[in-house]
Design a protein around this ligand. Structure first.
Ligand SMILES: [Zn+2]
Length: 319
């Protein structure tokens, strides 16, 4: 059992709630609650969610939400989206503090809801019943029985369609290419600002993968290989474009060369040692390190998210 799971179990136990290791759940004051980390990399940056609506039909004002987060110190934000109410807690790895924070936040939220006559209801259809928690992909929902059953059916159908859907390799390559162009643009922009940044790697990865999925229909192992090759190739292109821009800026008028020529003659300039080969390659290696540093974790989470997209599971049938 991982340390996080152990801590979640401790936390759930001390709060009289339950956990499956990724989400803590239970009923407080008649409201069914889910407590989870929206980003698994930050397991103690927790969000509390529930579904309820005001009997008078008037949602919280912006001011009320802001005031609430200000009054209850451990709360960083209160959000309301339709019937879904989410409360984002401040991050702390200290387990004792975490529990105190949650208790204070939940108690505050419940008294706010009660004072405004909020009643628990299904997040989708609004029926006033005790809801059941569902994990839908990476999101958490609070649903009535009917809506829960329908979501499950939809998810099964979507999954089937995805399995049956063919992969269009050419479309995928074109999509990945256009996606990676955005990454190239980022490399150039950051380089012109004299910086190499992990963020261009993240953008390169997200856009390349999304591009492949968009035009290729779905992402398979073949698609992942295409995306990686595309990213490696386009990072090189981005770097060379960047050098070409620099050449035109520095010596463009002196040598009477345009951008296309500058792009073409870079290998020649390297061979003749006009561009210092050492710093050229060192710069490229650095760029690759940064790009991969951003791209690899992004690819892993993106692929994981895609796999989870159509997965729906009921949280705590014991509730
Ligand atoms: Zn419903």
């Amino acid at each position: 059992m991982s340390k996080v799971t152990q801590n979640y179990e401790q936390l759930a136990l001390s709060m009289g709630m339950y956990t499956d290791g990724t989400v803590i759940y239970g009923v407080r004051g008649g409201y069914e609650l889910s407590i989870y980390a929206t980003d698994s990399r930050y397991p103690y940056l927790l969000t509390v969610s529930l579904s309820a609506k005001p009997q008078n039909g008037i949602p919280f004002s912006k001011e009320e939400k802001k005031q609430f987060a200000k009054n209850i110190a451990p709360v960083s934000a209160l959000n309301q989206q339709g019937n879904l109410i989410t409360m984002v807690m401040k991050n702390t790895a200290n387990q004792e503090k975490l529990r105190e924070n949650l208790e204070a936040g939940i108690n505050g939220l419940l008294s706010l809801l009660q004072s405004k006559y909020y009643v628990p209801c299904c997040q989708l259809c609004g029926e006033q019943v005790q809801t059941t928690g569902y994990a839908v992909g990476n999101a958490y929902m609070h649903l009535c029985q009917n809506c829960g059953a329908r979501m499950r059916q939809d998810a099964t159908l979507a999954e089937q369609e995805n399995v049956e859907k063919g992969e269009n390799l050419i479309g995928g390559i074109v999509g990945a290419f256009f996606g990676s162009l955005i990454g190239v643009l980022c490399i150039i922009v950051f380089s012109q600002l004299n910086r190499v940044a992990v963020i261009s790697g993240i953008i390169m990865a997200v856009c390349t993968i999304r591009g492949y999925e968009k035009l290729g229909g779905k992402l398979t192992k073949k698609g992942i290989v295409v995306c990686i090759l595309m990213m490696l190739g386009m990072t090189y292109v981005g770097d060379r474009l960047d050098w070409a821009i620099m050449l035109v800026k520095e010596v463009g008028s002196e040598w009477d060369i345009d951008f296309a020529t500058a792009f073409q003659i870079i290998p020649e300039l390297l061979a003749e040692d006009i561009i210092d080969a050492g710093s050229y390659w060192a710069n490229l290696v650095l760029l690759y390190l940064f790009t991969l540093g951003g791209a690899i974790p992004t690819m892993i989470t993106t692929i994981k998210d895609m796999k989870n997209k159509n997965v729906i599971r009921q949280i705590g049938s014991a509730v």
